[in-house]
Ligand binder design. Sequence first.
Ligand code: GLA
Length: 389
Amino acid sequence: MTKEELLREFEKTYGAGGEIATVFSPGRVNLIGEHTDYNGGHVFPCALTIGTYFAARKRTDTKVHFYSGNFPRQGVVERDIAADLEFNRRKGFSNYPMGMVWTYGKHGMKADCGFDVYIWGNIPNSSGLSSSASIELGMGKILNELFRFDVPNLQIALYGQYSENNYNGVNCGIMDQFAIAMGKKDCAMFLDTATLQYEYAPIELQGMKIVISCTNKKRGLADSKYNERRAECEEALSELQAKLPIKALGELTEEEFEANKDLIKDPVRIRRARHAVCENRRTIAAVELLKAGDIAGFGKLMNASHISLRDDYEVTGIELDTLAEESWKIEGCIGARMTGAGFGGCAVAIVKDEAVEQYIETVGRKYKEKIGYAADFYVVEIGDGTYVI
Ligand code: GLA
């Protein structure tokens, strides 16, 4: 969507005139390092060139209007900075942008008037490519523009996580908001979630593409299952702390974990913690391989990541397993795994240029045969973090 198209859509919804702020906020894909961000481990995500577009203009009263071009049947959703600022289940998607208005207010940056917002995105719905974090970051940037708040992107990411945790009730880590805020064209980010130290790693996929496949599965219980996994890890950590002076599972090597795992009194929790520990070490190793130009080695670790998420962490399910396992059979697929929280959502694969067409055709056919409905495929590009258009 161009800026002109965005402005035209805004004016169609709210009328012409006044000063209109415009922002783009990307989606993200995580290449490796899954369910490590709330365990003090490493992640390796990148921002995408698909994402969410925002246009907004101040009003003279206290009303806040949200219109999503993706949910036209919901029409304009009305909120109010004075009377309807708290989470409101009946107001659907507007709770994501409104959570940011609430969060800014909690941190001393109160909007002093209402505003109209137009939102449209091309991230597939419920895909696990972080459309919600994309909206949070975009809304933070819009608030900056409208009210001259001047919050830097890294801080907007922390506010986005705060909003998701405290307003929307999902106990997520920092990965999604960070990746969306700090993304850089053609680079992935190697982030240590324990310290927020990060470095950019160029993704030079010569002769290869990143292909995302979307299960199209309804993600009913995803949020509660996510919170359950997080609680299991916290409990395993506290059992290990009976003997080990650690603050997070991400501090352990595989060997240290194996030597001490019997402190954890439940076999399921042992598997959960083993995933968190091994996935973190795998992520560190994968980035080393990539830096050394060993993309085949990187791909093998992507596959190993999926297996650990399938068997130890149990967040894949038949849909994501089918996508990954069918991908592994394709000659020219370097590596494939689920990405994001799991329980549906998307898989990510690195595929040689000449194999992409056949990859999409074959994996798509096998998926439909087994699951009964189709998957969607996207060849994606790595783009910049949230910016003013
Ligand atoms: C979701 C969360 C992230 C992260 C991933 C799993 O995307 O929002 O914080 O925990 O799941 O890696």
